[in-house]
Ligand binder design. Structure first.
Ligand code: PLP
Length: 384
């Protein structure tokens, strides 16, 4: 655990986001909180108990080991869904624990049945349909085969969900492709129901689809990025703001990232700072060294570009981002001391460094920056 840098999680912001989503989606649409990639960098162990406190009862992850972390973090009964990877022998354990998982091939379906029979129980699965993303999912032939296998083994298998994933609902350029996917999904759903197989939940939407295509909400939405206070894309944000005639972002960001000054130095005009020749002091300057670098997910592409907040002022990263350090120009701020707080993401005084500001400079998505925040950084829940 590294303790010279701290990630804060704002509980009030989290509550605000859940309230907003509940209000917009209505009581008939259940939210599955997507907590893959360590809850988008926020920390599964810290965020899941808060989600639970504010009424979330359904969680989606990618890996089985993440499902286990969620399983250990909840106190009340909830559904946990693995959308991606499990080892074959995890399937048995998952069924035993009541953990649900996507089935996107016949092999996994057969294993689920085999283990459910051994355990004399029922495996709860989500049939994933291939509807045009061409990533994972049962194609029409496999789907027909899956239906007949399920009908033969109906005492050991339960269709907890029938689902698909849409290939980029956050951009209007994918509109036709998405419409086609929805059509294919509905056709496959009709054939499932014609076979007297009725999934408990029908779900296709992530954050973007839930807002851009209200029809795609069905009875469950898999919401990740919006729970954490971000819109999937500027396009989705602008569309929502315009069509609702509002000016203030209804979502609030949960995460802040803080560090502190490790040392302070004076550099004479004409000297290079840091590795190589990427930054030349044009005048006498004062620099602060911060113990955070690319090994913490502070991207190297922020070299000579990134900004941090110190004493409520915006200050520039100078020179290249090192593995464990960045150098900041603090020439224009008075009375700065070793140990003073540095904000890498979040608010200090009147100013804010947004993850999006970060990503515009470094060409990374919000998603990518958040997912890169290392698990080793301490997380602390705050109310602000
Ligand atoms: C990550 C993911 C989501 C959540 O996406 P957001 O854009 O963060 O809401 C939903 N469904 C699947 C299959 C995913 O992989």
């Amino acid at each position: 655990m590294t303790d010279n840098t701290l990630i804060t999680l704002n509980e009030n912001a989290l509550e605000n986001n859940i309230d907003f989503l509940n209000k917009k989606l209505g009581p008939k649409v259940k939210i599955s909180a997507v907590v893959k990639a360590n809850a988008y960098g926020h920390g599964i162990e810290q965020v899941v108990p808060l989600f639970e406190k504010y009424g979330i009862e359904h969680y989606s992850v990618f890996y089985y080991h993440e499902a286990i972390r969620v399983y250990k973090s909840i106190k009340k009964p909830a559904s946990i869904l693995v959308m991606g990877w499990l080892w074959d022998n995890n399937i048995r354990d998952a069924i035993e624990k009541g953990i649900e998982f996507f089935v996107f091939n016949i092999e996994r379906l057969n294993l689920a049945i085999k283990y459910a029979k051994e355990l004399k129980t029922i495996a709860r699965i989500h049939l994933e349909a291939e509807t045009g993303m061409n990533r994972s999912g049962l194609n029409v032939d496999e789907f027909a085969q899956a239906m007949s296998i399920i009908k033969e083994n109906i005492s050991n298998i339960e269709i907890a969900g029938f689902c698909t994933h849409l290939a980029g609902a956050e951009s209007i350029s994918n509109h036709f492709r998405i419409q086609k996917q929805l059509k294919t999904y509905n056709k496959m759903l009709a054939s499932l129901e014609a076979n007297n197989l009725h999934p408990e939940y029908k779900h296709v939407a992530n954050s973007a689809a839930a807002f851009v295509y209200p029809k795609a909400r069905m009875d469950l939405v898999r919401i990740g990025i919006m729970l954490y206070g971000f819109w999937s894309s500027t396009e989705v944000f602008i569309q929502y703001m315009n069509s609702n005639g509002i000016k203030k972002d209804p979502l609030k960001r949960i995460l802040g990232w803080h560090s502190q000054i490790m040392s302070i130095k004076k550099v004479k005009s004409g000297e290079f700072v840091g590795y190589g020749i990427s930054y030349l002091a044009q005048s006498d300057i004062t620099t602060a060294l911060i113990p955070v670098g690319y090994s913490f997910g502070y991207s190297r592409s922020l070299s000579n570009k990134g900004r941090v907040l110190i004493h409520g002022h915006r200050c520039s990263v100078i020179g290249v981002v090192n593995m464990n350090m960045i150098i900041i120009d603090i020439s224009n701020i008075e009375n700065v001391k070793v140990g003073d707080e540095v904000v890498l993401i979040g608010k200090q005084g009147e100013l804010e460094i947004k993850v999006s500001a970060f990503s515009e400079i470094s060409d990374e998505l919000n998603y990518e920056i958040l997912a890169h925040l290392p698990e080793s950084i301490k997380r602390k829940v705050i109310n602000q």
